[in-house]
Design a protein around this ligand. Structure first.
Ligand code: IPM
Ligand code: MG
Length: 369
């Protein structure tokens, strides 16, 4: 009997609709090859949802996501919805809201370089040689979801007034939140090179001191076979550039993970290549690590590979289709080995006739499947 998987598509904003279309082509090709039926429901998220409904995460979107076996998200946001007014909706609320609502506390962001793209990094070849790490970012706690407020009082006063604005965000972690993300990191390490770097700011923050204690407790009790090191976040930022190949699994809290994952992505020189998976209690969500690139939206030049590689992660983690996932990775590698490039990953020696747009890149991957 043909297996059926329901996939909720969230194209979002900017280049989102263009790149997600290429991922769907890849899924359809694999469905035919492996006799699996992929059924799609499309829903609104982010700026597109704000325009249509006034909110970044409409109830129907959440229902569609919950009713699916996996969610494939492209990207949200753009200058059209940029505002610092706390009363106005922001596209990012859609993304944060869906992560929270689906209980997606684990965000996996693998950073690995395709051989053909080694020259795209701004780091020296000998520094990036062998880079293969994954950032395990806690995704539903910390500053992103803590109590926050903006208000007026005397202490907040600026140069001209008795009362002024004040604002705060709260960084809070509960023991169980740290424990479950630590387990995810140790489990991931066991399938890889067996090393976890736990990143915190334990020399300053109380949440970090708790983090460190819990990570070590979980390690000593259940994962003594995994190598564990602690690294302060500022030092990590430095070491990631200095000796990126030494890292295997990097586990950290939400905000540090956000920052370090952009930095780690840049090691490869091609943010347009990196996928991510958000896993937890509910339906898992897969998305590229990059944003909605509003500056190139609608031009047909966006790189769809990170979106396509998100499909690879979906096949692996949500559907257990490891062979199909390997196919996707091989197909992408083959296309790159043949020298095909979108604008963001081309180099000075890429011949003009090998610089392709979004649709052509998707077609090439499908052909190599
Ligand atoms: C990311 C993004 C999001 C985040 C934004 C868009 C809210 O930067 O997925 O890393 O900060 O989590
Ligand atoms: Mg980010």
């Amino acid at each position: 009997m043909t297996a059926t998987y329901k996939i909720c598509l969230l194209p979002g904003d900017g280049i989102g609709p263009e790149i997600i279309a290429e991922a769907v082509k890849v899924l359809d090709a694999l469905g035919a090859k492996y006799d699996v039926a992929f059924e799609y429901t499309e829903a609104l998220l982010g700026g597109a949802a704000i325009d249509a409904t006034g909110t970044a995460l409409p109830q129907e979107t959440l229902e569609a996501a919950n009713a699916s076996d996996a969610v494939l998200l492209a990207a949200v946001g753009g200058p059209k919805w940029d505002t610092t007014d706390p009363e106005k909706p922001r596209p990012e609320q859609g993304l944060l809201g869906i992560r929270k609502a689906l209980g997606l506390y684990t965000n996996l962001r693998p950073v690995k370089i395709f051989n053909a793209l080694a020259g795209a990094s701004t780091l020296k070849p000998e520094v990036i040689d062998g880079v293969d790490l994954v950032i395990v970012r806690e995704l539903t706690g910390g500053l992103y979801f803590g109590r926050r407020e903006r208000f007026y009082d005397e202490e907040g006063a600026g140069a001209n007034g008795a009362r002024g604005q004040r604002a705060y965000d709260t960084l809070e972690y509960r023991e169980y939140e740290i424990e479950r993300i630590a387990r995810q990191a140790f489990e991931a390490a066991r399938t890889r090179r067996g090393k976890v770097t736990s990143v915190d700011k334990a020399n300053v923050l109380e949440t970090s001191r708790l983090w460190r204690e819990i990570v070590h407790r979980v390690h000593d009790a259940d994962y003594p076979d995994v190598e564990l090191e602690d690294l302060l976040v500022d030092n990590t930022a430095m070491q990631l550039i200095n000796r990126p190949a030494d890292f295997d699994v990097v586990v950290t809290e939400n905000m540090f993970g956000d920052i370090l994952s952009d930095e780690a992505a840049q090691i490869t020189g091609s943010l347009g290549m990196l996928a991510s998976a958000s896993l937890g209690d509910g339906t898992a969500l897969y998305e590229p690590s990059h944003g909605s690139a509003p500056d190139i939206a609608g031009q047909g030049v966006a790189n769809p590979l990170a979106q396509i590689l998100s499909v690879e992660m979906m096949l692996r983690y949500s559907f257990g289709m490891n062979e199909a996932a390997d196919d996707v990775n091989r197909a992408v590698a083959a296309v790159l080995d043949e020298g095909w490039r979108t604008g963001d990953i081309k180099s000075p020696d890429t011949p003009d006739d090998h610089v392709v747009g979004t649709v052509k890149m998707g077609d090439l991957v499908v052909e190599r499947l």
